[in-house]
Design a protein around this ligand. Structure first.
Ligand code: NAP
Length: 539
C-alpha cells in the first residue's frame, strides 16, 4: 500500500477510473453497485471535472439545469434544489459535491494525483497504472473518464512568458476572487469561455480589449430563476422526460423539424428564427428547420438572419461587421450568452479583429498586433482545449505489445463506438472520439456510456471472460461510418476544435459522431445484445 495525503491506494482493484468529473463519479457508483472495487485518480483537489477547473467569471452551462443533471437516481432528481434555468459554475460544482457526499464517493477518490501512464500485461490480462506520485496499481479495467474539453491550450504566440502583468487562463482560473476593478484588461479568444466572461469582466475592468480571430454565433441565454411550478411539473414527468432525452438527437428533447428552411416564406422563416432567439435555447435554434446541418443554402438563411441581429444590437458598424461569422451556423460550437453583443456598445470595450491586424507577440507590457502595441495590467487567455483526444493521449497508454495510444492515433483517433480501441484490451473511454459526446447534452451521453461499460464488465464476469477488445475490422468500419456521416454535413467546412484544427499539427478530422444520441444508443445496445459484436472477448 502507498499513501498519498490521507488516502490509501490499494495495490490491486477491478477498475482504475481516471477523472472525478460527472463520468468518473457515476462510474464509481455504478461499479460499486456491481460489487467491483475501483479507485478514481483525480488531478484536481475536488470533484466536478470541467466545473472544478473552469471558474472564470460568467461561467455557466448552456443546457438547462433540469436537463443537465443525473437521471440515475430518482431521489436525487426529485430532491435537488436547482435554482436557475442555466446554473452558474459554483452552483454546478455544489451539485457535484452533493452527489459525491450523497453517494459516499470520496473514500475511493485520490485527489491531486495525475495518472501519467498505463501498460497492458497480456499474460495477467491486467493494466499497470502509474501516477505522478509513483503509485503502481494493477487493475483489470482502465476507464478514462477524462472529459472531452479538459486539456487546456495556450495560444501559440511568442513572448507569453515575458508579460509583466497578471495572466489568467479561463480553464485554469484561480480559486480566489480576481478583481479587475480599475484594470486595463486584454482577452484573447471568443469561443464560449470568452463570450461568457467578456460581459462580466467588462463590468469590472476600467478598459477591456477583446482580441478576436474568429467570431462565434451566440444566442442570448435569457437566464432566469426557475419557477416552483416548472420544477414541480418536471418532477412529476421526469421519467418520461429522461426517456425522451435518451431517444433524442442531442440529449435534449425538441420538436423535430419537418420543413426545409428553403421551402417556407421569408416571413415564416424569420418568425421561426425570432422564436428560437427569444427562447434562449441553442437546440431550438439549431432545430428550426431540417437542413441547417446539410445545406449551405439553408444554413445561409440562418447565418444572414443572425448577422442582422448582430447589426441591430451593436451600434458601431465596423465592430458589428467584425462580429459576424462567415462559416455555417453550428459548424463551430455556438454560444449562449448574457449581454455579449450589447457589451460592445460600452465605451470601455474595444474589439480588435486579428483577421485585419494579426497578433504578433505578447510583450512585457501587453499585446502587439501588426498595427500597434496595447498595454495591459492583465491578460486573459480564453483559448480553448486540445479537445476530445488531448486528455487521452496525454497519458502514456501502452496496449498490447507496448502499442502507444498516442502514436496509434497520430493521424486521428481510431475507436470502435468511441468506447474502445483495437490493441487496447479492457480500456474504456467515456464519451470518447467517435461517440456523440460534445454534440449532445454531456450528462446524457455520460450516463449511457457508463451504463454500457458497466454492462460489458458484468457480461465478462458472468461468462468467466477476462478481456474485451475492439476488433480492427469493427473499428475500421466504425471510423468509416463516423467519417461518412460527417461528410454529409457542413461540419468539415469550418476550422474548429471538433476538427482538431485549433491545435497546430493535429490531424484535421471530424471527431464526434453526428448520428444523434438516440440512434447511437440503439447501435450500442444492439452490439451488446449480439454478444458484444465487433469486440473480441478473451478468456
Ligand atoms: P474555443 O471554443 O476553442 O475558443 C477558443 C478561442 O480562442 C477561439 O476564439 C480561438 O480562435 C481563440 N484562439 C485560440 N488560439 C488563438 C491564437 N493563437 N490567437 C488568437 N486566438 C486564438 O474554447 P472555449 O471558449 O474554451 O470553449 C471550448 C468548448 O467548451 C465550447 O465550444 C463548449 O463546448 C465548451 N464550453 C461550454 C460552455 C457552456 O456550457 N456554456 C462554456 C465554455 C466552454 P479560432 O476560433 O480562430 O481558433
Amino acid at each position: 500500500m502507498t499513501t498519498i495525503e490521507t488516502r490509501t491506494v490499494p495495490p490491486r482493484v477491478d477498475a482504475v477510473i481516471v477523472g472525478a468529473g460527472f463520468s468518473g463519479m457515476y462510474l464509481l457508483h455504478k461499479l460499486r453497485e456491481q460489487n467491483l472495487t475501483a479507485v478514481v485518480f483525480e488531478a484536481g483537489a475536488g470533484v466536478g471535472g470541467t466545473w472544478y477547473w473552469n471558474r472564470y467569471p460568467g461561467a455557466r452551462v448552456d443546457v438547462e439545469s433540469l436537463a443537465y443533471s443525473y437521471s440515475f437516481s430518482e431521489d436525487l432528481e426529485q430532491e435537488y434544489p436547482w435554482r436557475e434555468r442555466y446554473p452558474t459554475q459554483p452552483e454546478i460544482l455544489k451539485y457535484a459535491n452533493h452527489v459525491a457526499d450523497r453517494f459516499d464517493l470520496r473514500r475511493d477518490i485520490v485527489f491531486r494525483t495525475r495518472v501519467t501512464g498505463a501498460g497492458w500485461d497480456d499474460d495477467s490480462r491486467t493494466w499497470l497504472v502509474r501516477t505522478e506520485h509513483e503509485d503502481a496499481v494493477t487493475a483489470r479495467f482502465l476507464i478514462m473518464a477524462t472529459g472531452c474539453l479538459s486539456t487546456p491550450k495556450l495560444p501559440e504566440i511568442p513572448g507569453i512568458e515575458t508579460f509583466k502583468g497578471a495572466s489568467y487562463q479561463t480553464s485554469r482560473w484561480p480559486h480566489e476572487d480576481v478583481d479587475f476593478t480599475g484594470k486595463r484588461v486584454g482577452i484573447i479568444g471568443t469561443g464560449s469561455s470568452g463570450v461568457q466572461s467578456i460581459p462580466v469582466i467588462a463590468e469590472q475592468a476600467a478598459d477591456l480589449t477583446v482580441f478576436q480571430r474568429t467570431p462565434s454565433f451566440s444566442l442570448p441565454a435569457r437566464n432566469r430563476p426557475l419557477r416552483p411550478d416548472e420544477i414541480a411539473d418536471m418532477r412529476a414527468t421526469y421519467r418520461a422526460y429522461r426517456k425522451a432525452q435518451r431517444e433524442s438527437s442531442g440529449g435534449v428533447p425538441v420538436v423535430v423539424p419537418t420543413k426545409s428552411a428553403l421551402e417556407v416564406s421569408d416571413e415564416e422563416r424569420d418568425a421561426a428564427f425570432e422564436q428560437a432567439w427569444e427562447s434562449g435555447s441553442l437546440v431550438n435554434l439549431l432545430s428550426t428547420f431540417t437542413d441547417f446541418a446539410i445545406s449551405q443554402e439553408a444554413n445561409d438563411t440562418c447565418r444572414n438572419w443572425i448577422h442582422g441581429k448582430i447589426r441591430e444590437i451593436v451600434r458601431d458598424p465596423r465592430t458589428a461587421a467584425d462580429l459576424c461569422p462567415e462559416y455555417p451556423v453550428g459548424t463551430k460550437r455556438p454560444c449562449l450568452d448574457t449581454n455579449y453583443y450589447e457589451t460592445y456598445n460600452r465605451p470601455n470595450v474595444h474589439l480588435v479583429s486579428l483577421r485585419r491586424t494579426p497578433l504578433v507577440e505578447v510583450t512585457e507590457k501587453g499585446i502587439r498586433t501588426s498595427e500597434r502595441e496595447y498595454e495591459f495590467d492583465a491578460i486573459v487567455y480564453a483559448t480553448g482545449f486540445d479537445a476530445m483526444t488531448g486528455a487521452l493521449t496525454g497519458v502514456d497508454i501502452r496496449g498490447r505489445d507496448g502499442l502507444s495510444l498516442k502514436e496509434t492515433w497520430s493521424a486521428g483517433p481510431r475507436t470502435y463506438l468511441g468506447i474502445g480501441s483495437s490493441g487496447f484490451p479492457n480500456l474504456f473511454m467515456i464519451t470518447g472520439p467517435g461517440s456523440p459526446s460534445v454534440l449532445s447534452n454531456m450528462i446524457v451521453s455520460i450516463e449511457q456510456h457508463v451504463e454500457w461499460v458497466a454492462g460489458a464488465i458484468a457480461h465478462l464476469d458472468r461468462e468467466g471472460l477476462r478481456a474485451i477488445e475492439a476488433t480492427p475490422e469493427a473499428q475500421d468500419a466504425w471510423v468509416a461510418h463516423v467519417n461518412e456521416l460527417a461528410g454529409y454535413t457542413l461540419y468539415p467546412k469550418a476550422n474548429s476544435w471538433y476538427m482538431g484544427t485549433n491545435v497546430p499539427g493535429k490531424t484535421r478530422v471530424f471527431m464526434p459522431y453526428v448520428g444523434g444520441v438516440g440512434e447511437y444508443r440503439k447501435k450500442c445496445d444492439d452490439v451488446a445484445a449480439r454478444g458484444y459484436e465487433g469486440f473480441s472477448l478473451i478468456a
